[in-house]
Design a protein around this ligand. Structure first.
Ligand code: ATP
Ligand code: MG
Length: 391
């Protein structure tokens, strides 16, 4: 056994099927390297027999920090700190024994995995031979079911790696493999979660936020930046399009007097999609993401979702569509956006909010209202005034 420090990284099996394997692996490899490098970690990374092996520089001892970095890399199923041994049974026996020395336990099990089938012993034989060696040289016992420690022995081409603990990660597909999407982020609890869920399926997320500055405070925009900073830990680089919405809202306001005021929110949403679609064209995006869940608020009934969707020609995906609020809150806590999301902010859509928003906005009525609006001009004006921030 050598004194070098290794990390064995396993990725989600499901993505490995078929011809996309190499493509998937390249993305993940690149993302792991980027994540470690941006925190200044010195290492070498190799792909060996369907897993990644990271060899940490001798001076790298902050395992807590390294674990934290790897736990945010989407696409990793789990990883382990490992020792390396030459691929010979005698060396493996010694490596297993010294890996366990100093550890406090009574029972153990061995789990050999043979990726290199040229190795002369089967996995079962490795378990038996190494197990015997540990029993002979210690007072420990084997227990296959109720064990205190499990020693995993991975036989790869050239090296064997041994470890005792697995650290579970996010899983999913590496960010970038699935293309780019435009996520509407509002500062609430839901849209950061829907953005994360989309990243977890391998999408690069570009953020779009509509604000009513100066009618709503600058804090709302600061809040969005904070949320995107948190989400950025999963994708390395983020862009936020800040789109002024106040003039457009005023225009809608004056055209929805009396009975029509209840359609305002649906009209706002239709304009958001139109503008997001244009941004998607500029960004080469494939879809728009929102944080809607059926029935969560008045604007999110199926009827309204239909009427809102009609304004745009690219897919609008709603990752949280079937989630309960509690599920969304739990996810937001997990990814670290909840604490920011619950800070008070002035929502764009509460500006000129009708007392009783329509829950079943018919397309024909909404289109009728839009006939009195210069839709293209309103969209273009907003696009001309938007700002872009890079995180
Ligand atoms: P959230 O918690 O995401 O704010 P919400 O429950 O407040 O959601 P709505 O305000 O109805 O729900 O918004 C539904 C979705 O529309 C949001 O999840 C978001 O994707 C989009 N959205 C709403 N307001 C804005 C905004 N000002 N800028 C960008 N997107 C928005
Ligand atoms: Mg909202």
């Amino acid at each position: 056994m050598d004194s070098d420090q290794y990390i064995i990284i396993h990725y989600a099996e499901i993505a490995l099927k078929g011809n996309n394997r190499g493509f998937f692996e390249d993305f993940l490899r690149h993302n792991i390297e980027k994540a470690l490098k941006r925190e200044g970690i010195k290492f070498l990374l190799k792909k060996i027999s369907g897993r990644f092996v990271v060899r940490l520089d001798e001076e790298e001892k902050d395992y807590e920090k390294i674990s934290k970095i790897l736990k945010n890399v989407i696409g990793i199923a789990h990883f382990s700190y490992a020792v390396r041994s030459p691929c010979e049974i005698e060396a493996i026996k010694d490596a297993a024994l010294s890996l366990l020395s100093g550890k406090n336990f009574n029972t153990f099990r061995l789990s050999a995995v043979r990726s290199d089938k040229k190795f002369p012993l089967t996995s079962q034989q490795i378990n038996e031979v190494v197990g015997e060696h540990i029993i002979e040289n210690s007072d420990k016992k084997v227990s296959l079911k109720n064990f205190d420690v499990e020693v995993v022995i991975e036989i790869t081409e050239g090296d064997a790696f041994l470890y005792v603990e697995k650290e579970g990660c996010i899983g999913g597909l590496p960010v970038g493999v699935s293309g780019k999407v435009i996520s509407l982020i509002s500062g609430g609890i839901d849209s950061p979660v829907s953005s994360f869920q989309t990243m977890k399926r391998g999408c690069n997320v570009v953020f779009v936020h509509f604000h009513s500055f100066p009618y709503t405070g600058i804090e709302s925009i600061e809040k969005i930046k904070k949320l995107v900073k948190i989400l950025n830990k999963f994708q390395f680089k983020s862009k936020i399009y800040l789109v002024p919405f106040a003039d457009l809202q005023s225009e809608i306001f004056v055209n929805t007097a009396g009975n029509f005021e209840k359609f305002r929110v649906v009209l706002y949403r239709r304009f958001m999609l139109r503008i997001a679609e244009k941004i998607s064209e500029m960004e080469n995006g494939q879809a728009i993401i929102t944080g809607d869940a059926i029935g969560q608020v008045a604007s999110q009934t199926l009827e309204n979702i239909n009427t809102i969707n009609e304004a745009c020609n690219i897919p609008v995906l709603r990752p949280l569509i079937t989630y309960d609020k509690e599920e969304i809150i739990n996810k937001a806590k997990e990814i670290g956006t909840y604490e920011i999301s619950i800070l008070p902010h002035c929502d764009t859509c509460t500006r000129f909010m009708p007392k009783h928003p329509a829950t079943k906005a018919k397309i024909e009525i909404v289109k009728k209202i839009e006939e009195n609006l210069d839709v293209d001009k309103m969209v273009n004006d907003a696009l001309n005034k938007m700002e872009i921030i890079e995180i």
